[in-house]
Structures are given as structure tokens and as C-alpha cells.
Design a protein around this ligand. Structure first.
Ligand code: SAM
Length: 298
């Protein structure tokens, strides 16, 4: 049966975009995209399966967005919502997503568009549907760029990796294209796990090289059996803080990590938790209000 979706539109000050994006993700929204309406207003669109929210919940979301804006001293965003059918959702969303270069090495190509005739970039083909991870969001881009740095092709050793919160599988696929030999990918959303499997096939990566499963870090610990060489985790800060105490279970002394989904003012609690659990922040990369922490064992 086709799903109906809430299409949520938030009209906000461009400076409030990251805050609104974070709130929508925290609320469980999918497929978030942003357009500039004027130099004072951006429109953020996001989608939620109808059964996941009632009208009252959407009113509560409007209130939370209002409180966030007031706390940040920014204009209060306007929120509109409507129910749309599955077909309308997929066709309206696809119009806005175009091929995009990310970092020095990647080109993200929507699956329904032809591949470029000539490109010296590593091409990631995706049809993420409702799973997060089109490569347009700053946090995904920061993670892909950090993977470029970590997997620069200089190591002759095999590299086993963990992708926690794999979404569309974009980071798992990117890691393999850069030379990772094995990726274990987990997500609590079954749709994301399915999409990661489809992305693996679409990019002609052997099935056994990206093993995706529904769950979180504890599932990954069981799947990987032994510590991994690298961890990538792009989820919101609150979830990352909860996961950090368990991360040591899949790490060896030289394991590195890439953590994103963290807003600038959320860095301190994340860094403190890392320190308490035997990790240090080697570098912090920032784009707009979003940060990516490159971490290693202390
Ligand atoms: C911001 S998206 C990142 C997707 C993709 N990795 C990227 O970088 O574009 C975060 C993903 O984490 C998943 N997630 C949220 N909480 C989680 C948890 N505790 N364990 C595993 N996955 C989680 C969400 O379902 C979502 O797909």
C-alpha cells in the first residue's frame, strides 16, 4: 500500500537553517532539502510518513522551532504542512537533486540521471528515497572529505570500517571506493538498511564488502567480531554521546573515527565524553554551524 507523507515546509531566516535542520532530523523527518526563497528566507522541506505524526505533534514541532529561534535571537520561522501521496513525494523531491561534486574525489550522481561521459572523480550513484544521505548536507560532505583524508590510498593494509547510522549508505560506498576493504553498516531505520543494500548493488560493490544490518553499535559489535580500523558516525550529538562509551569495544589502539551531525555549540559535551572514554579530538572541521570531529585513541 502506498504511504502518505506529511510534507513539512519551514520558512526561516538563512541563519536559522542549521538549527531548523537539526530539529527536523531530531523529530524523525526524512529527505530534508533546502531552497533559497529570497535573501532573507530559506525554505526547508522535509517529509514524515503520515502514521509517524499526528496534527498535534506537528503543532508541537512548530512550538519547538519557535523556542529554538527565540533562544538563538533569530526571527521565528513559519511552518506549513500538507499530506501528499508517495508518487508526488518521489517526483517532487527528485526535481531538486542534481549531480554534485564533493571534496576532491567524489561526484554524487542521482541514479535516474545519466553518468557523465568523462570524469576523473569517484562516482557514487544513489537513489536514497527517504533515507538520509544525498551528499547535499554539510555533515555528509564533511564525513566524505574526512574519509578522503583517512583513506588516501597510501596504506597497503586492508581497512575494515564501521558506518554507524548509514542512511543511504553514501559513506559506506564512498569508503569502499576510496579503498576500504570491508564496511559494517548499521542503522535503526529498516528503510535505510534496505537503501544501503541497494546503493551497494547500484555501485557494483560486491555484497560481502558492505554488510548492512538493522540496529546500532551493539549489532555492529556482533557483526564485526573484531575491532575495526576506522569508524564513521554521522548522527545527532545526543545519540553520539550515548554511543561513545561502547565505541571502545570495536576499537584498537590505532583506530580512528569521524563523527559528525554535531552543531558547533554541542561540541563540548561530545569532546568531554570522548575524553572520558579514551578518545581525543585530533581535528575539528566546520561547515556552516555543523562540525566534524576527527578522533583517535588517547
Ligand atoms: C544524519 S543521517 C546520516 C546518513 C548518512 N550516514 C550520511 O552521512 O549522510 C543519520 C542516520 O542515523 C540513523 N540513526 C539514528 N539514531 C541511530 C542509532 N542510535 N544507531 C544507529 N543509527 C541511528 C538514522 O536513522 C539516520 O539514517
Amino acid at each position: 500500500m502506498a504511504t502518505s507523507w506529511w510534507e513539512i515546509q519551514v520558512f526561516c531566516d538563512p541563519n536559522a537553517e542549521d538549527l531548523v535542520f537539526w530539529r527536523l532530523t531530531d523529530f524523525g523527518c526524512k529527505g530534508t532539502s533546502s531552497e533559497r526563497e529570497s535573501h532573507t528566507t530559506n525554505i526547508l522541506k522535509a517529509y514524515l510518513p503520515q502514521q509517524r505524526a499526528k496534527l498535534l505533534d506537528l503543532s508541537a514541532l512548530a512550538l519547538l522551532l519557535k523556542q529554538d529561534a527565540l533562544c538563538a535571537g533569530l526571527p521565528i520561522p513559519d511552518l506549513e504542512w500538507q499530506l501528499i501521496e508517495e508518487e508526488d513525494w518521489s517526483s517532487s523531491w527528485k526535481q531538486y537533486w542534481q549531480p554534485q561534486m564533493v571534496g576532491d574525489r567524489f561526484l554524487i550522481n542521482p541514479a535516474w540521471l545519466p553518468l557523465p561521459k568523462k570524469s576523473d572523480r569517484l562516482i557514487i550513484r544513489l537513489d536514497p528515497g527517504v533515507a538520509f544521505g544525498t551528499g547535499t548536507h554539510a555533515t555528509t560532505q564533511l564525513c566524505l572529505e574526512a574519509l578522503e583524508m583517512r583513506l588516501d590510498g597510501t596504506s597497503s593494509q586492508s581497512v575494515r570500517m564501521a558506518d554507524i547510522g548509514c542512511g543511504s549508505g553514501i559513506l559506506s560506498v564512498g569508503a569502499v571506493l576510496l579503498g576500504a576493504t570491508q564496511v559494517y553498516a548499521v542503522d535503526i531505520d529498516p528503510l535505510a538498511v534496505e537503501t544501503t543494500r541497494v546503493s551497494t548493488q547500484m555501485n557494483k560493490i560486491p555484497e560481502h564488502q558492505i554488510v548492512a544490518a538493522e540496529g546500532s553499535l551493539s549489532t555492529l559489535i556482533e557483526m564485526a567480531k573484531e575491532p575495526v580500523d576506522g569508524i564513521v558516525c554521522n548522527i545527532i550529538a545526543e545519540v553520539i554521546v550515548d554511543l561513545i562509551p561502547q565505541m571502545g569495544a570495536i576499537a584498537k589502539p590505532e583506530t580512528w573515527g569521524i563523527l559528525s551531525g554535531i552543531l558547533l555549540d554541542q561540541v563540548k559535551p561530545v569532546a568531554d565524553t570522548l575524553e572520558e572514554n579514551g578518545w581525543i579530538v585530533a581535528t575539528l572541521w566546520r561547515r556552516t554551524d555543523w562540525c566534524c570531529l576527527n578522533i583517535r585513541r588517547s
